[in-house]
Design a protein around this ligand. Structure first.
Ligand SMILES: [Zn+2]
Length: 399
């Protein structure tokens, strides 16, 4: 019952009626409401809640200290995202604690639920920003200067919510106190559907990154400028999107252009600039580097033909993550031989894996759809996820 109650309370927060999706962007009113919900539920359970220097939330069962068993996920969303990506891990963590207490388990090591801020990068462009700041994977100087679509910097956004922007940065003592991190997450594909299992254990995360492409040309009249006189960046952009798809298909990789800004964005005007963002992923780093290199090369060649300008900037890059093998096997064993499978999606667990023993649990997603309103997990599978997480936390940190 606790899972349903927790889930139901959080469900309406940040939901955008017209699409049915969520707009829970970090350091906004919706995000603040999600965070307040978490603080209230954790406090209700007698957990000690603190906000770290980067805005991540920590709820401790027992005193904070070294060797901690930490679980958790994130509460922010992509634009019009689904209800499960992130919140399922946070709600399941609180429900798992309830379950452990109900059967009399007590932690013998510090146990915490963490909520990482700006995991999706939907507002400031860099995914896993909270965990990257914690581990030092991004410099505080660069993070402070990140801007949202309205030009607001991260420094301004955190200050508006009572956090000191000068304090952003690596949190070594906290990081060293984590003995193990386990993130439960809705699966973002159909791996578990095909395997017929409600819960699985992650093996690895594909390397992935984001690149900003800036195509520049010359704004002019759509009715009076001869085709041969145009320098139209939309043409270069369009060809680059097609090239990205083809190069990725040939390499067994993934390439997506899901965000684009056009200037001046007028129906009867040749654009002066098109800014697009490439998301690329591959099974290994060599393939990823090769594919992105080929896409950039195709864009350059096309720009030369179109008389346009092209520039690319890598905004984030995450190497391949192999989760700790012994921990992965231990979890699969505790769960009675749960299947082990990789994912193409990035997670805070992937950032933390570079620093501490880290594992992930996936909960079956019947459609495989994610980052969209149709993202789903059936209630019995969610409850199986809670039970699995409780078993894992008990094995790692309780008696
Ligand atoms: Zn997520």
């Amino acid at each position: 019952m606790t899972f349903e109650k927790l889930w139901g309370d959080l469900l309406p927060v940040g939901r955008y009626g017209p699409t049915g999706g969520y707009r829970r962007y970090s350091w906004t009113a919706a995000d603040a409401e999600c965070r307040a919900w978490f603080v209230e539920e954790a406090t209700r359970r007698g957990l000690t809640v603190e906000t770290d220097r980067n805005g991540n939330l920590w709820a401790w069962w027992g005193a904070p200290g070294p060797g901690a068993v930490v679980t958790g996920s994130h509460l922010d969303s992509v634009p019009d995202g689904g209800a499960f990506d992130g919140p399922l891990g946070v709600v399941s963590a609180l429900a798992a604690i309830d379950l452990l207490r109900a059967r009399g388990a007590r932690p013998v090591r510090p146990l915490a639920v963490a909520v990482f801020v700006e995991e999706e990068g939907a507002r400031f462009g860099v995914p896993c920003l909270g965990s990257r700041l914690l581990t030092g994977a991004i410099s505080p100087e660069r993070a402070r200067g990140l801007r949202d679509a309205d030009g607001v910097t991260l420094a301004e956004a955190v200050a508006a919510h009572g956090l000191d922007p000068d304090a952003l940065g690596p949190d070594t003592e906290r990081l060293r106190s984590i003995g193990v991190f386990v993130e439960l997450h809705v699966e973002q594909g159909r791996g578990l559907v095909d395997l017929g299992a409600p819960v699985g254990v992650a093996s690895s995360i594909w390397p992935h990154g984001r690149w900003r492409f800036d195509f520049t040309g010359e704004a002019n009249h759509a009715g009076t400028t001869r085709l041969e006189d145009r320098r139209d960046p939309m043409l270069t952009f369009a060809n680059t999107v097609l090239a990205a798809r083809k190069k990725a298909r040939l390499a067994g990789a993934l390439a997506t252009v899901g965000k684009v800004h056009v200037e001046p964005n007028g129906t009867n005007a040749i654009p002066s600039a098109v800014h697009a963002w490439l998301d690329a992923r591959a099974p290994d780093e060599e393939t990823l580097r090769a594919v992105v290199g080929e896409i950039v090369q195709a864009a350059r060649e096309r720009a030369a033909r179109d008389g346009t300008g092209f520039a690319e900037t890598c905004e984030s890059y995450t190497p391949v993550v192999e989760f700790a093998g012994d921990l992965r096997d231990r979890l699969a064993g505790v769960l009675g031989g749960a299947p082990v499978l990789p994912t193409g999606a990035g997670h805070d667990a992937g950032v933390l894996a570079a620093e501490v023993p880290t594992a992930m649990l996936f909960v079956r997603n019947p459609t495989g759809v994610s980052h969209a309103p149709a993202e789903h997990a059936e209630l019995p599978d969610c409850l199986a996820g809670v039970a699995a997480l409780a078993a894992v936390l008990e094995d790692l940190g309780c008696r």
